[in-house]
Design a protein around this ligand. Structure first.
Ligand SMILES: NC(=O)c1ccc[n+]([C@@H]2O[C@H](COP(=O)([O-])OP(=O)(O)OC[C@H]3O[C@@H](n4cnc5c(N)ncnc54)[C@H](O)[C@@H]3O)[C@@H](O)[C@H]2O)c1
Length: 449
């Protein structure tokens, strides 16, 4: 089938490459000339495992092309996906200006029957708005159907998530369009990877409800973790104990420094705002947000108990992206923590396997923020190490080297990737989330450098 993928960001590029991989002809469109020029040369705008190979292979066999010419892409395609960004506006609602602009172009350039598929995360009712805009902007009448097909991929495992999805949701009030989209996805549909038909509005709600539920699980376990600290229980044991209950499940029960990224923070806020528009107060989601905001401060609170004055103290940071296997730093807890440390006059030595440059661009000319070329270089002169992202290379480091390099051996683990007993074995003071900290665990003994 001939497909236009409008918006070649994280979702558009991954979806476009995967749809080409399963046999379709895909034209990826973007406003950014720079992004498209780079993609035409094989340079990807994001880091995502396996994506480079998929893009290279499908570009070579001419199933995947890149353009800024939205008109040509619309005219040549039967199915038009809209995967543009829906960032928060100043009222925390989803900003639909890009979605509306795409709908306008489809109205202007449509020629013959088109299926318009919204992949972006959009508030309930957006499908009707898209249909209205297309109709109002038609220069010549043509038939079209509007479909909602929300995306559930996770950054870092996006290709597997697309190809081996838990489910594909197709929301449409028109059976003819639904059937064609089912055919489009048929190579990746089977009993274990089903496609579910529903109405347009339910599909739009499904995407927000899924993200809100996952964020709720994270805030729930963080709330329990904070309680565990007060009663000397261990959150990892508690998570295992409740997660084995099939009704609960172990996933998304990792206590830490809260959720970030391009989706959860904005989607939870947008759902709360959409609720208000429909006279519905989301009491639970307000609490989820509040817990998450407080959780981002947790590690800093622990750090300032050890170092009340941070001026001119060197703090190391391992991990900057909001989660491993991606370079995405949107709403990453690391950014908030770096800002607060700099405000307090600390000197930061940071390392991330992929995102150093991206974070550096957010803090131009900041003399107290140094980016190290490897994780150990980040430890020189350090009075505390904060682990903010659970990249694999941080899971089994050389603790003797850590102890040797640091001025004062304090590890603040915001992702609970180590066991508190390392404090004892390596004479390092270890602080994590929802477990006994070094000081309490070992009779208030603090190891020194
Ligand atoms: N990133 C994720 O993990 C993820 C997962 C599921 C759903 N989503 C949703 O998918 C949507 C896209 O997210 P993303 O992370 O890919 O965003 P992104 O910012 O990475 O990409 C959006 C792209 O759209 C382009 N664009 C904007 N307006 C355009 C226009 N009028 N015409 C053509 N291109 C235009 C931008 O230049 C950008 O390249 C959002 O609604 C998001 O909530 C994201």
């Amino acid at each position: 089938m001939n497909i236009a993928m409008i918006g070649t960001g994280y979702v558009g590029l991954v979806s476009g490459a995967c749809l080409a991989e399963i046999g379709h002809n895909v034209i990826c469109v973007d406003l950014s000339q720079n992004k498209i020029a780079n993609l035409q040369k094989g340079i990807l705008p994001i880091y995502e495992p396996g994506l480079d190979n998929l893009v290279e292979k499908n570009t070579k066999n001419n199933r995947l092309t890149f353009t800024t010419d939205i008109r040509e892409a619309i005219e040549k395609s039967d199915i038009i996906f809209s995967a543009v960004g829906t960032p928060p506006d100043e009222d925390h609602k989803a900003d639909l200006s890009a979605v509306k602009s795409v709908a306008k172009s489809i109205g202007k350039y449509g020629n013959g029957y088109k299926i318009v598929v919204t992949k972006s995360t959009v508030p309930v009712g957006t499908g009707d708005i898209v249909a209205k805009i297309i109709k109002e902007n038609q220069t010549k009448p043509f038939e079209f159907s509007v479909v909602s097909n929300p995306e559930f991929l996770r950054e870092g495992s996006a290709i597997v998530d697309f190809m081996e999805h838990d489910r594909i949701i197709i929301g449409s009030d028109e059976p003819r369009a639904g059937k064609i989209i089912e055919e489009l996805y048929s190579p990746i549909i089977d009993d274990e990877h089903p496609l579910i038909f529903t109405d347009l509005k339910s599909a739009e709600v499904i995407k927000y409800a899924a993200n809100c539920f996952l964020a709720t699980k994270i805030s729930f376990i963080n709330e329990i973790a904070n309680f565990c600290e007060k009663v000397d229980a261990d959150i990892n044991e508690v998570a295992k104990g409740i997660g084995l209950d099939k009704r609960i499940g172990r996933k998304f029960l990792n206590a830490g420094i809260g959720y970030g990224g391009a989706c959860f923070p904005k989607d939870i806020k947008a759902m709360i705002q959409t609720g208000k528009e429909h006279n519905h107060a989301f009491h639970l989601l307000n609490a989820v947000e509040k817990v998450n905001d407080l959780q981002k401060e947790k590690l800093l609170d622990k750090l300032t108990q050890i170092h009340p004055e941070l001026k001119d103290i060197t703090i190391s940071i391992w991990g900057l992206s909001f989660k491993p296997n991606t370079d995405d730093i949107r709403e990453a807890p690391s950014i908030i923590i770096i800002k607060k440390l700099l405000e307090k006059g600390a000197k930061i030595r940071a390392f991330d396997p992929i995102s150093n440059k991206l974070v550096q661009s957010k803090f131009p000319n900041e003399k107290n923020l140094h980016f190290a070329s490897d994780q150990y270089e980040a430890l020189e002169e350090s009075s505390a190490l904060m682990i903010l992202t659970e990249w694999d290379e941080f899971r089994s480091p050389d603790f003797s080297k850590i102890k040797e390099l640091m001025k004062e051996p304090h590890i603040f683990d915001g992702r609970n990737i180590h066991h508190p007993k390392i404090a004892l074995e390596h004479q390092i003071n270890y602080y994590s989330i929802g477990r006994q900290d070094a000081k309490r665990q070992f009779d208030n003994v603090l190891f020194v450098g």
